[in-house]
Design a protein around this ligand. Structure first.
Ligand SMILES: [Zn+2]
Length: 455
């Protein structure tokens, strides 16, 4: 097959996610999708051309691949190793020692675990904050996975606050690492970009944060950081800096339309005004906010302000899944509790997981919806499963609730990433899942020993 050859995905229920605010799913209908190379070139009522390869997608709903705005590939290896702790002790007692113990091999194993899980669950775009070192390994693995990725080495130079010696490095070293990643990987394969990623206010000196903002502007890189996650953290920032969290980031020059902030659970009216005025995006991680006891982010209020919002699973040790379908259910249920049923409707939640996420990450012209010209990233959801007893294509209003409240990973039948099937009929093709699991198991004991956490 030449690179000009097209093929046709047939008989799917298309959910293009290209609609207006009151109907974000767009024109839901049964149809076909034409793909050439890594791009969608046609969608709708298309007839196969003479000699064109066809793939029957009967029984499936075709969604854009999910866009996860906030994960930590480097932490996936730590799944199950950091339970029953709130944010700061969770970092101090588990995550920082474990990250400090990473070597290149364990970082690679963690990245492979991550990309296997993400692709298997239909996530084809991800923004990840890595640890201080070995981020080049994650970049290599993102390229091998074929996933669209925004990757940043986390910046941290503060040595107090329970950080293990050796994890933070000097401000200059932090930024030199980001710059080296930018030179080596930014724009590689058209799918990988590098972000400037200060960890959070308490990890970074004021000078490092200001220099990070300057580097991002100079190299036109996105900024990815955490903000206002847990009440204890917010209190310490206020005491130490004399102002609220988002105000600190604003003063440091870190807010703006190329910036996205994970969490923003606890914000004042003044801080929300700053987010709106600077067009800063918010990355919502509902399972993590529950597991670390951080609270419930005011997502309906942010949407009323017009903020851009993406959803993410955050790190595996604070979730402990990397599943967008899980996050969708959590996001919607949490707002039923916090703001009342209907405060975050299923259609809107699904939009945040796809198109809204792409807009928040500045990738709307590449991913997040099914439109000609965009990357052929598609999750095929098995609506012929008895659990999803929506008559496929007959009842579009029921599709979003079925996806948000009912579906889980078992319903992700096939996944296209850049026009290639990375999962087909429930079988992973891009990764040998047994090899990925064995490789993680083989590096974990030594990592735990280096971290002083061997059991
Ligand atoms: Zn995080």
């Amino acid at each position: 097959m030449t690179s000009d050859a097209t093929w046709l995905l047939q008989n799917v229920v298309l959910v293009p996610m290209d609609g207006p605010d009151n109907a974000p799913l767009g024109h839901v209908r049964r149809g076909n999708m034409r793909i050439r190379g890594d791009r969608i070139v046609g969608i709708g009522d298309l007839e196969p051309r003479a000699g064109e390869r066809t793939v029957d997608g009967k029984g499936n709903v075709a969604l854009p691949g999910f866009v996860q705005g906030h994960v930590h590939c480097t932490q996936t290896l730590f799944r199950g190793l950091a339970c029953d702790l709130p944010l700061l002790p969770w970092l101090q007692q588990r995550i920082w020692p474990l990250e400090n113990a990473h070597d290149a091999a364990s970082t690679r194993a963690s990245a492979q675990l991550t990309f296997t899980e993400l692709l298997a669950g239909g996530t084809t775009t991800v923004q990840t904050m890595e640890s201080v070192r070995h981020t080049e390994v994650t970049c290599e693995e993102a390229i091998a996975a074929g996933i669209t990725a925004i990757v940043g080495n986390c910046l941290m130079d503060e040595t107090d606050g329970g950080v293990p010696a050796g994890l933070p490095t000097s401000a200059a070293d932090n930024l030199a690492r980001t710059e080296a990643l930018w030179r080596q990987f930014h724009g590689r394969n058209g799918r990988l970009s590098i972000a400037v990623a200060p960890r959070f206010v308490l990890s970074c000196s004021d000078g490092l944060s200001r220099d990070a903002a300057a580097l991002a502007k100079q190299c036109r890189l996105r900024v990815h950081t955490h903000a206002a996650e847990h009440p204890d953290e917010v209190k310490i920032v206020r005491t130490r800096c004399g102002r609220d969290y988002i105000e600190v980031l604003h003063d440091q020059g870190l807010l703006g339309e190329n910036t996205s902030l994970a969490h923003c659970v606890h914000t004042s009216a003044r801080e929300r005004d700053l987010l709106r005025a600077t067009k800063t995006a918010v990355l919502h991680c509902p399972s993590t906010n529950l597991k670390l006891g951080s609270g419930v982010a005011p997502i309906p209020a942010y949407l009323r302000l017009g903020l851009r919002i993406a959803i993410g699973a955050d790190g595996a040790p604070c979730n402990d899944r990397l599943s967008m379908l899980t996050e969708l259910r959590q996001a919607a249920l949490l707002q039923c509790h916090a703001a009342g049923p209907g405060a975050l409707r299923a259609e809107k939640a699904l939009w945040l997981a796809t198109r809204g996420g792409a807009i928040a990450l500045g990738l709307d012209e590449e991913v997040g919806s099914l439109r000609p010209g965009l990357r052929a990233d598609v999750a095929l959801i098995a609506f012929d499963d008895p659990l999803l007893h929506v008559p496929t294509g007959q009842d579009p209003p029921s599709i979003a609730p079925a996806l948000v409240y009912t579906a889980d990973e078992r319903h992700v039948r096939s996944v296209l990433c850049g026009g290639d099937f990375v999962k087909a009929d429930h079988t992973m093709l891009r990764y040998d899942t047994k090899r990925v699991r064995d490789s993680a198991a083989s590096v974990l004991p030594a990592l735990l020993a280096r971290a002083g956490l061997a059991r």
